[in-house]
Design a protein around this ligand. Structure first.
Ligand code: PLP
Length: 419
């Protein structure tokens, strides 16, 4: 277990007491168990046994080089959604054949980087994008490997902001638009040299899938299109069923990533597609449980029946509660949580800067850990309210491996004065 406690109740991350970490990193600070992330990646890679597969970690969940290198070292690849993320993946040693690039509106330089670095495929998200990628391939005198990301028209039971595979979403190509996409590819290839090679069919239906049901529903759209294309002679290299494997934020059981892997392999077997490489794109499941956000308690406030615990981490550091109504467990770091509850809030001047009601105990602690914050935490952090980005601490082998310090508020003030 990544986050656990000593018998006398002191909280640890990757075996290191959080109180010791705070003393060197200050707060707010994200702390990551790098070995836990490597283990989770290796477990998923091995869950596919000997099947051809790529575990393409959705780098958007956490872009820290130490983490992307750990995923790469454990056999993982990357799903990137920008040129910046692609540069981090390549710079972290990820082999290009383990990288796919999604994104609904890619810039020309990002498409160019995808083509010239020979990644596994650029995932096409609209019919309109096909001509753009073909034009860049022509300009580079190369043939671009592409896959079509299908919008499977599947509704999932998740927060609206993390559902991506329904037909009002901006993502992917609707099945009804597939003939137009294939026609656009044919036009792009009608010159002397082919500019596009259709190598894959993909999807990503959304996040926080607690069971493989909706995953399989969207995967079946992919396999049926893959079979159709093969029957017409297209030489596919892979199918990509996307990510979205949920984690347990403390409010319920979820199926582990290996259950999704088994269900996906089963489906490929039944559809006669086992020879294709299977790509999966988990983000949160590989990193969220292996990160906490540390915060000091600044003060309390009591007003009538209400009482607040005011901490020095806010929605600018972790926006998930404000953006997705997400709930993260919050616990004291120097003792077990007690029964009495506090409304935990940050210092940001917004009503949404509220982490919810938490059982903390009668006495206010000096510091707390916000759990399961390894995904979509630092990567979504901002400097809103003139607050510097938090520090990041990487733990490995039972000790602090590295600290990426906050740039601090002086650097923020200087940058704003220069603007
Ligand atoms: N793939 C794509 C295209 C995504 O947009 C996302 C997340 O938004 C993911 C994979 C990863 O999702 P999750 O972190 O829920 O596994």
């Amino acid at each position: 277990m990544s986050f656990n406690r000593t018998p006398d109740g002191r909280a640890l991350m990757g075996g290191v007491p959080l109180a010791e970490i705070i003393a060197v990193s200050g707060t707010p600070a994200y702390v990551y168990d790098v070995d836990g992330i490597a283990r989770a990646t290796a477990d998923l890679v091995h869950a596919f046994k000997n099947a051809p597969r790529v575990v393409a970690y959705a780098v958007k969940a956490n872009t820290a080089g130490t983490i992307v290198r750990a995923v790469s070292g454990a056999g993982g690849g990357a799903d990137v959604v920008s040129g910046g993320e692609l540069q981090v993946a390549l710079g972290s040693g990820m082999p290009p054949e383990r990288i796919v690039m999604s994104g609904v509106a890619k810039q020309n330089w990002e498409i160019d980087l995808g083509i010239s670095s020979s990644i596994r495929a650029i995932q096409i998200e609209s019919v309109e994008e096909i001509g753009r990628v073909a034009a860049r391939a022509r300009a580079l005198s190369q043939c671009a490997k592409i896959s079509i990301r299908l919008n499977p028209s599947v509704q999932i039971d998740s927060h609206a902001h993390i559902a991506t595979g329904h037909d009002e979403a901006k993502f992917g190509v609707l099945r009804s638009d597939l003939p137009a996409a294939l026609a656009a590819i044919a036009v792009a290839n009608s010159g002397a040299e082919p500019t596009l090679s259709l190598v894959g069919i993909s999807t990503h239906v959304g996040s926080m899938l607690t069971t493989p049901g909706p995953y399989l529903e969207s995967a079946r759209v992919v396999t049926s299109v893959a079979r159709e294309l093969r029957a017409k002679g297209t030489r596919l290299d892979f199918v990509d069923f996307g990510g979205g494997f949920a984690i347990d934020y403390g409010d319920g059981r979820v199926d582990p990533p290996s259950a999704f892997a088994e269900a996906a392999l089963d489906l490929l077997e039944r559809e006669g597609l086992s020879d294709l490489t299977l790509i999966v794109e988990p983000g949160r499941a590989l990193v969220a449980p292996f990160g906490v956000l540390l915060a000091k308690v600044l003060q309390t406030k009591q007003s009538g029946e209400r009482r607040w615990l005011m901490i020095d981490a806010g929605m600018n550091d972790l926006i998930r509660p404000a953006l997705y109504a997400a709930r993260h467990r919050i616990e004291p770091i120097e003792r077990e949580p007690g029964e009495s509850v506090w409304q935990v809030v940050g210092p940001v001047c917004e009503s949404a800067d509220d982490f919810g009601l938490h059982a903390i105990g009668d006495e206010p602690p000096s510091a707390v850990a916000i759990r399961d914050a390894g995904a979509y935490g630092f990567t979504m952090a901002s400097e809103y309210n003139g607050r510097a980005l938090p520090a990041e601490v990487f733990v490995s082998g039972g000790r602090i491996q590295k600290i990426a310090p906050t740039l601090g508020s002086e650097a923020w003030v200087a940058a704003r004065l220069r603007a």
